[in-house]
Design a protein around this ligand. Structure first.
Ligand code: FBP
Ligand code: MG
Ligand code: MG
Length: 334
């Protein structure tokens, strides 16, 4: 039973037995994410100083200019996970291909793969708006003792054993699930410890906030246009409030606490939307469903989608159950 203000370390140990493969390895993996989050948090908090902000001068496989903090966060998470001798592979937004990692004994004994978005909301780094890190964890499907392959990464979201995010905002929080509900931990920067501040987080059944980049309105599918009109109508408990931070983690986190829906749909320009299935949409979908919410691509559950590529994109409708169901209705009837 989660105890308020329990430390993250205590919580991990106490809940280890809940996990069917519990051998302490997943706990060590979550602990290494905790460590990397603290290191990155320290750097993010300085994201006004000249040597921290701005572009790193490289472009990633998505064609985006990598920010210095994208690269820094990527390096820190890869380093920390590798040092813990716990993962056999990492897939990252900032690396074209997956990174195979052999166990220290060089017999490919590690069982987990991690997919991550090391710095989410990169466009907000230089303007002092909250950003995040997103992670998703799977057990490998190829035999232990052999090198990891792309198949270990292209698993449906339903096979995730853990997922979560770190939000670097007014406070720094780590929010995650291992399939037994969603819990949020706040970092006390003075002593560098995460404390359980948000036990058993739940999406309110419905809400009054919709989050979508309306700047793309002209290019949205008719179903999305109709749903936005519905949100803006002067009927019943509407109009809803439009809130869009432009960092998926921050928009998701606000809606998780207050009730709301986040939508990044397909557009005429981006027929599969913008967000990446493996390290943005699947982890948020696992969290959403574990918190009594929903996540679809407008038609089917995100976690039912069989991935085909490491960096594939999908449309996403995610948040309070009744709001996502309503949006789905509009997509179906458009
Ligand atoms: O500026 P847009 O097109 O609205 O996109 C914003 C979305 O893109 C993202 O920034 C993509 O994530 P990255 O910053 O990790 O590339 C999301 O966090 C955010 O919700
Ligand atoms: Mg992102
Ligand atoms: Mg990113």
């Amino acid at each position: 039973m989660a105890k308020q203000n329990q430390t993250l370390g205590e919580f991990i140990i106490e809940n280890q037995s809940e996990f069917k493969y519990s051998s302490g390895e997943l706990s060590r993996l979550i602990n290494s994410i905790r460590l990397a989050a603290k290191v990155v948090n320290h750097e993010v908090n300085k994201a006004g100083l000249v040597d921290i902000i701005g572009a790193a001068g490289e472009t990633n496989i998505q064609g985006e200019d990598q920010q210095k903090l994208d690269v820094y966060a990527n390096d820190k998470f890869i380093q920390t996970l590798t040092n813990r001798n716990i993962v056999c592979g990492i897939g990252s937004e900032e690396n074209d291909d997956f990174i195979a990692i052999n166990s220290i004994d060089e017999n490919n004994q590690n069982k987990y793969v991690v997919l991550m978005d090391p710095l989410d909301g990169s466009s907000n780094i230089d303007v002092n708006v909250s950003v995040g890190t997103i992670f998703s964890v799977y057990r490998r499907i190829t035999p232990v003792g052999t090198p990891v392959t792309i198949e270990d990464f292209l698993q449906k979201g339903d096979a995730q054993v853990a997922a979560g995010y770190v939000i670097y905002g007014t406070s720094t929080m780590l929010v995650y699930t291992t399939g037994h509900g969603v819990n949020g931990f706040t970092l006390n920067p003075a002593i560098g410890t995460f404390y359980l501040s948000h036990p058993n987080m739940q999406f309110p059944e419905t809400g009054h906030i919709y989050s979508i980049n309306e700047g793309n309105y002209a290019h949205f599918p008719q179903g999305v246009k109709n749903y936005i009109k519905y949100c803006q109508e002067d009927e019943e408990d509407r109009p809803y409030t439009s809130r869009y931070i432009g960092s998926l983690v921050s928009d998701f986190h606000r809606n998780l606490i207050k009730g709301g829906i986040y939508i990044y749909p397909q557009t005429a320009k981006a027929p599969n939307g913008k967000l990446r299935l493996l390290y943005e949409c699947n982890p948020m979908a696992f969290l959403a469903e574990q918190a009594n919410g929903l996540a679809t691509d407008g038609f089917q559950r995100i976690m039912d989608i069989k991935p085909t590529e490491l960096h594939q994109r999908v449309p996403i409708f995610c948040g309070s159950r009744k709001m996502v169901e309503k949006a789905k209705e509009f997509m179906k009837n458009a």
